[in-house]
Design a binder for this molecule. Structure first.
Ligand SMILES: C[S@@+](CC[C@H](N)C(=O)[O-])C[C@H]1O[C@@H](n2cnc3c(N)ncnc32)[C@H](O)[C@@H]1O
Length: 214
């Protein structure tokens, strides 16, 4: 599987999504390292995606891994509608569902999932709620489950590019924290960090923190 493969798959999708949502569904793999992220799900049976957007990452998990059960939650009802359309083809042989959530109370169902993703969502959570959100997540995940926390490095000068991106595509300025602060925050929330690394794609300074709920 290459980036061209996943872009080809996503560009083949027909949905009723609007122009900007369609752009994000089809071309997000150009700026977001989805292939590295998908790799973490290769030996897993169930995946939970917090802030799943239009569900294109869940569709990639459904297509390129053996994961049988997928759930995405998202604060934007329009994106949940997109996610249902984008993942329609997988409903016959996988358990797939998407739900609107309030951005605060994580569904208890998260306990049923082996692998949890948070991809570029943390910097959209209001700063005063960020720590509490991660503590709640740590408490609700099942013991042994893994969190893949992927965000943009607020400590990199390139963060300005992501801020401009968010201003254009999300109409808001993100609250990115640095790679170091993210690891500290995740440890304080009770997670055990098993791996962490950075990867810059074009002008986007990504970092990954792999965490385990003990
Ligand atoms: C940059 S997008 C990433 C979408 C998706 N994870 C991906 O990588 O394609 C950030 C998403 O987080 C969602 N979001 C914003 N605030 C949130 C919050 N407080 N809790 C959960 N999700 C939130 C937004 O609606 C948006 O879909």
């Amino acid at each position: 599987m290459t980036n061209s493969d996943i872009i080809k798959f996503l560009t083949s999708k027909t949905t009723n999504a609007g122009f900007v949502d369609r752009l994000k569904i089809k071309y997000r793999p150009i700026i977001c390292p989805f292939i590295d992220l998908i790799d973490f799900a290769k030996d897993k049976k169930s995946v939970f995606d917090i802030g799943c957007g239009s569900g294109q990452f869940c569709a990639l998990i459904a297509k390129y891994t053996g994961v049988e059960k997928i759930m995405g939650i998202e604060i934007n009802e329009r994106l949940v509608k997109n996610a249902n359309e984008v993942n329609e083809e997988f409903r016959t042989n996988k358990s797939i569902k998407f739900e609107v959530f309030d951005g605060k109370v994580i569904p208890d169902e998260i306990k049923e999932y082996d692998l949890v993703y948070m991809i570029d969502v943390f910097h959209h959570i209001p700063p005063q709620q960020q720590i509490e959100f991660m503590q709640q997540l740590q408490q609700k995940m099942k013991p042994g489950a893994v969190l893949i926390f992927k965000d943009i490095d607020g400590g990199s000068p390139l963060v300005v590019c992501n801020k401009m991106h968010d201003m254009v595509f999300a109409g808001e300025i993100g609250k990115e924290i640095s790679f170091t602060k993210a690891k500290d925050m995740l440890s304080k929330a009770g997670f055990k960090i098993t791996n962490s690394f950075k990867k810059t794609v074009f002008v986007y300074a990504h970092y990954f923190v792999i965490c385990k709920k003990q």
